[in-house]
Design a protein around this ligand. Structure first.
Ligand SMILES: [Ca+2]
Ligand SMILES: [Ca+2]
Length: 384
């Protein structure tokens, strides 16, 4: 058995014995990382800060107007590109002007997640994908490289039970005692998100899922991009706004409008789908979440970052931090369509979680960053 297979076996074993895990930790039950976390009440301490705060929230129009100072790299003029690689309409990159910001919180909401302390961080300028990587984007990569994802190599991946067909459910003999809503589904992969009787052809503009951290790195590198550091991701999420829970402010639904794809109803039994989506939404769906025009940076699917996971952070100022030197897990950010405030209040800029680099699931994707504008997008930028 190779090391990756051993890692997966260990992962599954860990899942099966996590009998004491709190219900609130469902998102992390995938890799057992929630086993030692605080109980729900303590972990959600202070979680009502999204209520009653008077922030400078902007209307959709005002947020849209804010985009005037942002360089958006589009696929316009792609016919004139000489490069073999052509941009797609969902792999636009946004120039993020570097600067200083406050990363983390001095009053953490989920203490065990390592949201503490607030610390001054400087990041250099970089480019960030406006959207999560879509199925269409990932298919282009696979068609060009014949790349096989880790989920395809392992032969299975984790899917939310309520999304499975009866036939697929009947075929599953394993269950995770502490997190029965997560099921290992044979054949589940980016092409078959809920098993072999499902396909992405009707959702090519949805985020690619069932991609491991290793898969994400391969994809980004193919485009001369890379994964963002956690600091870059959080800086982008904040969009220049200070002391705010979400990219747009402190209120989950400004003026009653949905800005992200999360879970409404009582998880996992009921999803009232008030935001329009039970599972993933198109990467272009929902309003831009901040002045950078970021779409779904919180919500929809979790996003891998480059950093190794750690929960103890120095309060000292730093420049371009890259996380722990080594570790077992990678940092993921932004929460997913499975997140509800009562059970997984992690669709906030400062929130964070982790998975092993070979993990994959139906609610975990990514977006890429780059220090320089990739060559295949350069021409478009020059024309702006
Ligand atoms: Ca939803
Ligand atoms: Ca996201």
């Amino acid at each position: 058995m190779d090391s990756k297979s051993m890692s997966r076996v260990f992962l599954l074993s860990l899942l099966l014995v996590l009998l004491t895990v709190n219900f609130a930790s469902f998102e992390e039950s995938l890799d057992g990382s929630c086993g030692n976390k605080k109980d729900g009440a303590e972990r959600l301490k202070g979680s009502d800060t999204s209520c009653g705060c008077k922030s400078n929230r902007k209307t959709n129009k005002e947020i849209d107007d804010d985009h005037s100072d942002v360089t958006v790299v589009t696929d316009e003029g792609q016919d004139e590109l000489n490069d073999e690689l052509q941009p797609s309409y969902t792999d636009n990159m946004v120039y993020i002007q570097g600067g200083q910001f406050t990363m983390g919180l001095n009053d953490p909401i989920l203490i065990a997640d390592g949201e503490y302390p607030a610390r001054g961080v400087t990041v250099s300028s970089f480019y960030m994908d406006m959207h999560e990587v879509s199925n269409q984007d990932f298919e282009r990569f696979v068609n060009a490289t014949s790349y096989k994802t880790e989920a395809e190599s392992f032969g299975d991946s984790f899917v939310l039970q309520s999304l499975l067909s009866e036939q697929t459910l009947k075929s599953i003999t394993q269950a995770v005692a502490a997190a029965p809503w997560w099921l290992p589904v044979k054949g589940a992969s980016w092409k078959h998100p809920e098993g072999l009787d499902t396909h992405i052809k009707d959702r090519m503009d949805h985020p690619v899922v069932h991609v491991s951290w290793n898969d994400a790195v391969k994809y980004c590198n193919w485009l001369n991009k890379r994964l963002p550091t956690e600091a870059e991701w959080e800086y982008t999420c904040q969009g220049g706004r200070k002391n705010r829970l979400y990219p747009w402010g402190n209120k989950e639904m400004p003026k009653g409008k949905h800005y992200m794809n999360i879970w409404q109803g009582k998880f996992p039994a009921e999803n009232s789908k008030e935001d329009g989506y039970i599972s993933t939404a198109p990467v272009t769906e929902f309003p831009a979440q901040n002045k950078y025009g970021m779409k779904n940076i919180v919500g929809n699917v979790w996003e891998w970052t480059a950093d190794w996971w750690q929960v103890n952070h120095s309060s000292a100022k730093s420049k371009n931090p890259t996380g722990a030197i080594s570790g077992k897990d990678k940092v993921k950010k932004g929460g997913s369509y499975m997140c509800h405030k009562d059970t997984c209040y992690r669709y906030r800029c400062a929130a964070r979680s982790q998975n092993t680099p070979d993990s994959s699931a139906g609610n975990l994707g990514f977006r890429c960053a780059s220090s320089e504008l990739p060559k295949y997008l350069q021409r478009n930028n020059d024309e702006l």
